[in-house]
Every structure is written in C-alpha cells, then in structure tokens.
Design a protein around this ligand. Structure first.
Ligand SMILES: Cc1cc2nc3c(=O)[nH]c(=O)nc-3n(C[C@H](O)[C@H](O)[C@H](O)COP(=O)(O)O)c2cc1C
Length: 224
C-alpha cells in the first residue's frame, strides 16, 4: 500500500502531493496535526513538505519518525532560494529505506506566487516508486543561515494582523500546525507558514512584510 503525507502552509507542497495522488490514485494524509498519522505499516510512504529557513518544518520533523513504512519517498518544495540539507536530514529521521528524494522548486510563500511546479522533475520518481530500490541521499553543504534563529527571523520579517472582518470562527486556530493561535492572538510559537491566513474564509488575517525581507527574496530569485 502506498500512502501520501503532506504538510503545506500555502498550498505549494499540496500541489505536489496532489500530483502523486492523481498519478497513483491515493488519498493524501495532512500531517499538520500529529494525530492523523496511521499506526499500520505501509509499503511506500511519500512525504511532501516545504523547506523553511533551510530547515525541515518542526511539525514534519516530529512526524517523520512516527510514520511506519518499508520504503520512503522524500519530496521537499522550496522557493528557489536555498534547500539547506533537508533531504539528507529527513532521510536520517525516517525508519525505513529511502527510494527517492527530490527537491522541487516552486513559488515562494512570501511572494504570493501560484502553486505551480514542473512535474517533469517528478516523473523519474514515479518510475522509482514502481521498482523500489534503496538509494543513498547525498549530504549537502547547509551554510550558517539556517542555524541563526530561523523562527525569530521569520517573525521579524512577516507580521500577521487580525482585522475587524474576523468573526472568531477559530478556523485559524485549528489550522495552525504549531498551536500558536489562541483567542485570535498569535504567540511566539508561530513559524509564519501562513496556513492560518489561507484558512480564513473572511480574509481577516492581513500579512505585512518587512521591505528588506521582500527585497532580499526578490533579488535572490531574480539572480537565479
Ligand atoms: C517560514 C518560511 C521559510 C522559508 N524558507 C525558505 C528557504 O530557506 N529557502 C527557500 O528556497 N524557500 C523558503 N521558503 C519558501 C517555501 O519553501 C516555498 O514557497 C514552499 O514551496 C512553500 O510550500 P507550502 O506552500 O506548501 O508551505 C520559506 C517559506 C516560509 C513560509
């Protein structure tokens, strides 16, 4: 049995998970809350998640060792800036053999780009799923930035404000993978994944970016 697991803040990783879901006719399990992880063992688990500040998002890090599977496919989406060493790190966390590991460049969360990606990258992965064979995931140079207060940097660069359109439906609280929202207030646990913003049916959460962060991202991406 093949299972697809996905954590997605603003839908880019979910678009990739849907590619697998449609190609393999398999449902997607949302891993934004740990309680959804099945305890039965699957043959192959495909895990799709974004790179955040050159790291594995905290919720994904805690879920990876809990997934019971013989083989793993690891897919990390990223906003065309940097990937850290996320695939190698996630390969070390899963309890099973890795048969495919791929970075997929997508739109960047903070540029509000559409959830599009080049599915050609994933076609070889589909072949590898049909004939599972263990691979070695290459260790890459991570650089220093991912180690420097990643969450604090995100919080300083991105502000989320609740507007008067909020009717306290609490969907943002439920959607938060960090349980960082309580009574409409966002705590320091927030990782600025913007899942709450996407989940709000009234668009009542307003995002403002530090101009320096926005410039850095735009400049970095235009240089590539
Ligand atoms: C908190 C945060 C940190 C990010 N850090 C990086 C990064 O280090 N390198 C990069 O290329 N993209 C980075 N991005 C962009 C995302 O990796 C990229 O847009 C991803 O596809 C988002 O997937 P999602 O919509 O499923 O959350 C970051 C996005 C967020 C929200």
């Amino acid at each position: 049995m093949i299972r697809i697991f996905c954590f997605s803040g603003t839908g880019h990783s979910m678009a990739v998970a849907k590619f697998f879901s449609e190609s393999l006719r398999t449902e997607i399990t949302d891993i934004s809350q740990e309680t959804t992880i099945p305890c039965t063992k699957s043959e192959i688990s495909i895990i799709v998640f974004p790179v955040y500040c050159g790291n594995i998002p905290k919720i994904v890090k805690s879920v990876l060792p809990k997934i019971n599977s013989k083989y793993f496919v690891l897919i990390a989406t990223y906003g065309r800036i940097s990937t850290g060493n996320v695939l190698w790190e996630s390969a070390r966390l899963v309890k099973g053999k890795v048969i495919a590991a791929e970075y997929v460049p997508t739109g960047h969360t903070y540029l509000d780009e559409p959830a599009e990606f080049d599915d050609e990258i994933l076609k070889p992965v589909l072949k590898m799923i049909k004939q599972p064979k263990e691979i070695v995931v290459k260790k890459e140079r991570k650089g220093i930035l991912p180690f420097i207060f990643p969450n604090l940097r995100s919080r300083l660069g991105v502000k989320i404000n609740r507007t008067s359109d909020c009717n306290k439906c609490a969907l943002c609280e439920i959607s938060c993978p960090m349980q960082a929202i309580s009574d409409g207030k966002i705590s320091k646990k927030c990782i600025r994944c913007l899942r709450c913003v996407k989940s709000c049916p009234r668009n009542a959460l307003e995002v403002t970016y530090n101009p320096l962060l926005k410039k850095y991202i735009e400049k970095y991406i235009s240089q590539k």
